[in-house]
Design a protein around this ligand. Structure first.
Ligand SMILES: Nc1ncnc2c1ncn2[C@@H]1O[C@H](COP(=O)(O)OP(=O)(O)OP(=O)(O)O)[C@@H](O)[C@H]1O
Ligand SMILES: Cc1cn([C@H]2C[C@H](O)[C@@H](COP(=O)(O)O)O2)c(=O)[nH]c1=O
Length: 225
């Protein structure tokens, strides 16, 4: 019996790692069979092209690699991780909580495409490529942590990126972050993601309050209530 896949999404510095860690810890403490995955999988060689892209080896601007090409770098990394680390676990009923997934391509790569018809074509291509052709599981639930870009920039300030080599070409570009946020709000609506409003009037919701909102929905998806 197939398990569940729950994804925690958002733009850079929106609190994904914080919330993924808390949700996994609580569900594990309750005795559920839970595993955490995060993307990019920097620990694996499969992320080599992603690292080169984010390091600026193909150009210093995100748009120097088009949405389709960059998406394939991330997809390859995801497929390697799925096949090696969690396919069996998931197909045998395990609960997987993902910090980023294909949904990050929908946010960060689709943001490069301004024309709405072309963006639509890209989103259809991506769905078919990652889920239908490559066989990655479709998420059971996607949480979108809607943290306004000016606040997430503050949260990220002074913090290194996860690859541990300074700020990457996405993080260096505040204009791109703003485009990604606007695009994420549209995509979240289109695909029926659960949007968590993480701030109101520049007042950030507490880590605990956001966690509680995620937890209450997650246990329904898992079938605990
Ligand atoms: N609701 C919140 N209130 C205050 N601080 C927060 C909140 N959520 C996260 N933070 C802090 O913001 C910083 C960024 O959070 P976190 O690393 O979880 O974000 P992220 O989305 O995983 O980042 P990235 O996209 O760079 O991987 C951390 O220092 C974290 O403790
Ligand atoms: C998984 C994935 C990620 N991205 C983007 C999102 C971020 O800007 C970077 C990864 O940075 P992190 O802070 O180390 O998480 O890459 C993407 O465009 N597509 C993806 O599938």
């Amino acid at each position: 019996m197939r398990g569940k896949l729950i994804v925690i999404e958002g733009t850079d510095g929106s609190g994904k790692a914080t919330q993924t860690g808390k949700l996994v810890a609580r569900l594990t403490a309750e005795g559920l069979n839970v595993r955490k995955v995060d993307y990019p999988n920097y620990q694996s060689q499969s992320s080599a092209l992603v690292k080169m892209y984010l390091n600026g080896d193909f150009g210093s601007q995100p748009e120097d690699v088009n949405a389709y090409a960059a998406s394939t770098f991330y997809a390859v990394d995801r497929i390697a991780s799925y096949k090696k680390d969690w396919e069996d676990f998931y197909l045998n009923g395990g609960i997987v909580i993902a910090d980023r997934y294909t949904t990050s391509n929908m946010i960060h790569q689709a943001a490069k495409i301004k024309d709405t018809v072309e963006k639509e074509k890209y989103l259809e291509w991506l769905w078919d490529f990652e889920f239908t052709k490559c066989g990655l599981p479709v998420p059971d639930k996607v949480f979108f942590l809607a943290m306004p870009p000016d606040i997430s920039l503050e949260l990220m300030r002074g913090r290194e990126n996860k690859a541990g080599n300074g700020k990457d070409i996405h993080e260096q570009n505040s204009e791109y972050l703003a485009h990604c946020f606007t695009n994420a709000c549209e995509v979240a609506e289109k695909f029926g993601w659960h949007k968590v409003n993480c701030a109101f009037d520049r007042q950030i919701k507490s880590i605990e309050d956001i966690h509680e909102e995620l937890y209450q929905i997650a246990i329904k998806v898992i079938g605990r209530v």
